[in-house]
Design a protein around this ligand. Structure first.
Ligand SMILES: CC(=O)SCCNC(=O)CCNC(=O)[C@H](O)C(C)(C)COP(=O)(O)OP(=O)(O)OC[C@H]1O[C@@H](n2cnc3c(N)ncnc32)[C@H](O)[C@@H]1OP(=O)(O)O
Length: 399
């Protein structure tokens, strides 16, 4: 029995692919492809065994911001699933290999995804390239330091307008923090479908020039009137300026009745603990892997990001067992990256390279763990100087 993988072109097949994913994921709410499709045309793959659709994977066209602020063409891979009746027969392998070939043929430089399990994707060359933290702010302890700079006005947005206005703000904001991705219409539709009523939405900045927003909802509302730990969860927080972040935090602290503010996704190096006189006002309750990154075109990806000026060049040998054209030795320096025929300073594979590419991990970590090998002791330190970034990578977009 061979797995047959094809691009699904008709609506019924694409709908069936979404059903396969939901069945595989077990715990997701129903997802139908409504009048406005959830899947970008031409990007959904279906895997058939004996004519039956048993697996699917899709992606949408996006960009990813890399160190230095450039945006590279990016495939946001999502809704990957195989029916429980047909797992461990190579269906995923056939799907993801084909998907990577398609992404490479489109000229997309990277692919990324959010993983349901930690053991699925490394074999296809994906590595953990950013993390997010989940924070709780205890409102009773959260007194802002006098030194916290001023911020602008925050307005509540009409909920009915939210799904129209938020995408406009996101697009207009020219977001370029390392790890940010584009949120195309398909992403917003999926959010709308899964979230429904956005509950409460607040924006920072003048109409038409907003620089941040947040969406939040209360949880465990059965005892809300008399509750002793009333909690709101911030599902989405986008702040493109420090003033927007401060304004939105001030707004959250001003919401009466609330004891705990949970921020579902925040950057690992977010400044929140520094805002309060009592650093324990903010508690990090979880740190999770976020971006699983696949460098699809290694030379283009390495050339797209910046490196520290004047740091010594490093020769890195990369092995890619899935997209073999990437395998080779690269001379990486601030003035450019070239493929060379020389003995490398460091050897690694494409998944481990993804882990250091945005700055989430260091070459030293890779060497200590055996994920990279040095040709001479200390060269990893020199590579870390070259790869240094000025912020921790963070996407803030779950898909
Ligand atoms: C981006 C996203 O959408 S994340 C969501 C991913 N989907 C899910 O988690 C839904 C539930 N799970 C599934 O649908 C399936 O189990 C999948 C898609 C994860 C794997 O599909 P399969 O067709 O079983 O994978 P396939 O047979 O190609 O396995 C490839 C290898 O990965 C391993 N593998 C696959 N899934 C897992 C897993 N969850 N944990 C550990 N190893 C795994 C297999 O053992 C196999 O290893 P081997 O080659 O050494 O034997």
């Amino acid at each position: 029995m061979t797995v047959e993988v094809r691009t699904l072109t008709n609506d019924a097949d694409v709908r069936a692919a979404t059903d396969v994913f939901r069945t595989a994921m077990v715990g997701l709410p129903p997802m139908t492809e409504p009048d406005r499709p959830l899947s970008e045309p031409g990007r959904t793959l279906g895997a058939r065994l004996d004519g039956q659709l048993v697996g699917a994977a899709t992606s949408f066209t996006s960009w990813l911001a890399v160190p230095g602020g450039a945006r590279v063409p990016h495939a946001a891979v999502t809704r990957v699933g195989v029916l429980p009746t047909h797992t461990r027969r190579g269906v995923l392998t056939a799907l993801l290999r084909r998907q990577l070939d398609d992404i490479a043929a489109r000229g997309e430089v990277v692919a990324s995804l959010r993983a349901s399990e930690g053991l699925i994707y490394e074999r296809f060359g994906y590595g953990v390239a950013s993390s997010f933290v989940r924070l709780n702010i205890r409102r009773a302890r959260a007194r802002l330091r006098d030194s916290v700079p001023p911020s602008g006005e925050v307005r509540l947005l009409d909920r009915a307008q939210a799904w129209k206005v938020l995408p406009q703000i996101y697009t207009a904001a020219d977001i370029r923090w390392t790890g940010a991705i584009d949120r195309p219409e398909y992403w917003w539709r999926q959010q709308e479908l899964m979230t429904g009523d956005p509950a409460y939405v607040a924006v920072h900045g003048p109409v038409g020039a907003e620089d941040g927003f947040l969406r939040y909802h209360p949880i465990d509302t059965a005892q809300w009137f008399t509750g002793a730990d009333r909690t709101i969860v911030v599902d989405d927080l986008v702040a493109t300026t420090p003033a927007a972040l401060l304004g939105l935090v001030r707004y959250l602290l001003s919401v009466d009745l609330v004891h705990t503010i949970t921020i579902a996704f925040a950057a690992p190096d977010n400044p929140l603990p520094h805002l309060f006189t009592d650093p324990r006002a903010v508690e990090t309750v979880a740190v999770r892997d976020e971006t699983w990154l696949r460098l699809v075109d290694v030379p283009a990806a390495l050339n797209a990001r910046t490196y520290r000026e004047n740091a010594a060049a490093v020769l890195v040998e990369v092995r890619d067992d899935v997209l073999g054209a990437n395998t080779g030795v690269y001379r990486i320096a601030a003035d450019g990256v070239t493929r060379v025929d020389a003995t490398a300073d460091l050897r690694t594979d494409v998944a481990a390279l993804a882990a250091v590419y945005l700055g989430a991990s260091s070459w030293r970590q890779l060497v200590v763990s055996g994920r990279a090998q040095e040709s001479r002791p200390g060269v990893a330190r020199s590579a870390d100087e070259l790869f240094v970034t000025d912020e921790q990578p963070f996407s803030g977009t779950f898909f």
